[in-house]
Design a protein around this ligand. Structure first.
Ligand SMILES: Cc1ncc(COP(=O)(O)O)c(C=O)c1O
Length: 402
């Protein structure tokens, strides 16, 4: 049985009784221990940041702050929220392909330490803003490299919005922008990778290409930011990524290319394992030979299966038989996209049973499409110091519909 359910079963029972509607529950105690382990395991000269987008709940951000992570924000809302959660601007990093002049102004006004530049326009606009305030802003140049293998949510080998080619930086006026202090480079195109050797190969190619770029530009690479990309074993046949091996790969790349500092902005691997999403079975039927379960919440609360074609592990909270059957699980939306996956579940699973989807703390609620069809929003709850706390209860569509 999944560890989260085993440890927190009585708390999940309590939440079910209290809400009778779908909810998330996150174990911040386990998260805190994991973050400490990550910090203790990284080689010297590797700085860890948290990518807010994975789960922006303020109590989550505070857990990262307590564990000495910096924070990566990719939008004005994330920046405001991270500042409100107590992060110091000197521990903040701004990434993201869509930075308007207004947003860049706000980054400078709020003294955000490092801005990752994703286009030549961003470089020029930021320089103008810094000039008017007589400041010099630390920046990383984001680079998009060609690859020869496959797709990824971060672009992979496709042309994406993230950064520009090395030659575009070489042919730009970046060296003339006196109010920018280029401290290094950023490159991140591959997500959810479970093989430390593969990560090592990707990082080696990045380090080699960016060492070349730093020579071509005659800019010292003090920092190489490799983004995230560490994967989770969502499928039962997969083996979890071993962070000690990841650390070994980071150390190898750092030493081989003599890079003073490597930065990682972790999302999925930092938080993903520590939360569950719970939803009730509303109906069961057989359609053209397949057993279907229809649930209270679906991709309105947890969209990732629809956009990646990979489901989260699923269990029935209170299984009463060991006999299993194959089920397709569908949410409540009027689109065939609303499918949470196909699972082996107890054969007597029925309306009224609760399904628990684990590893859903990263790219869960805030990545989803909660407004379609005006269902309830899921509650978000935490376990901290062993105590259950409801951060936001169930909200009905009446709270946002106009
Ligand atoms: C710029 C940037 N950094 C870090 C991350 C986090 O990646 P991961 O969840 O793979 O750790 C993302 C995810 O989209 C990102 O866009």
């Amino acid at each position: 049985m999944n560890n989260f359910i085993e440890i927190h079963k009585s708390k999940l029972d309590h939440l079910i009784e209290r809400f009778d509607s779908s909810f998330y529950c996150y174990d911040l105690d386990a998260l805190g221990e994991h973050l400490k382990f990550l910090q203790d395991s990284v080689p010297e000269g590797v700085k860890l940041w948290y990518a807010t987008k994975a789960n922006p709940l303020s109590s989550v951000l505070k857990e990262f702050r307590r564990n000495s992570f910096g924070i990566d924000v990719s939008a004005q809302g994330e920046m405001n929220h991270a500042l409100n959660a107590g992060f110091e601007p000197q521990n903040m990093l701004s990434t993201g392909p869509s930075k308007s002049k207004k947003y860049l102004q706000s980054l400078v006004d709020n003294k955000i330490q490092t801005v990752v530049l994703e286009s030549v326009n961003q470089a020029n606009w930021l320089n103008e803003i810094a000039l008017t305030q007589n400041k010099k802003v630390d920046v990383l140049l984001r680079v998009q490299l060609p690859w020869s293998e496959g797709k990824s949510v971060l672009g992979g080998d496709e042309i994406s919005a993230f950064g520009i080619e090395p030659n575009s930086w070489i042919n730009s006026n970046i060296k003339e922008l006196q109010n920018l202090n280029v401290i290094g480079f950023h490159c991140f195109q591959w997500g959810n990778i479970l093989d430390a050797n593969r990560l090592g190969l990707i990082w080696d190619k990045i380090a080699s290409s960016l060492t070349q770029l730093s020579n071509d530009l005659n800019i010292d690479m003090k920092v190489l930011d490799l983004g995230g990309g560490l994967g989770l074993d969502y499928e039962s046949h997969q083996t979890p990524l071993d962070f000690t091996e990841v650390s070994g790969q980071l150390k190898k790349v750092k030493e081989k290319y003599s890079i003073p500092e490597i930065w990682m902005e972790l999302g999925r691997y930092a938080v993903g394992n520590f939360g569950v999403y719970c939803t009730q079975v509303i109906d069961r039927k057989n359609v053209r030979g397949k057993e279907l379960l229809i649930t209270d919440g679906g991709i309105n609360h947890l969209v990732r299966p629809a956009i990646t074609d990979q489901s989260f592990p699923c269990q029935v909270l209170k299984a009463t038989t060991n006999e299993v059957n194959s089920f397709q699980v569908h949410g409540p939306l009027c689109t065939a996209l609303d499918k949470l996956g196909s699972f082996e579940l107890p054969s007597n699973t029925s309306p009224g049973d609760w399904l628990v989807f684990s590893k859903t703390m990263a790219y869960g609620f805030t990545e989803s499409m909660p407004f379609f069809l005006c269902h309830n929003l899921p509650a978000e709850t935490i376990i901290k110091d062993g105590q259950l706390e409801v951060l936001r209860g169930i909200e009905t569509a009446a709270s946002w519909l106009v």
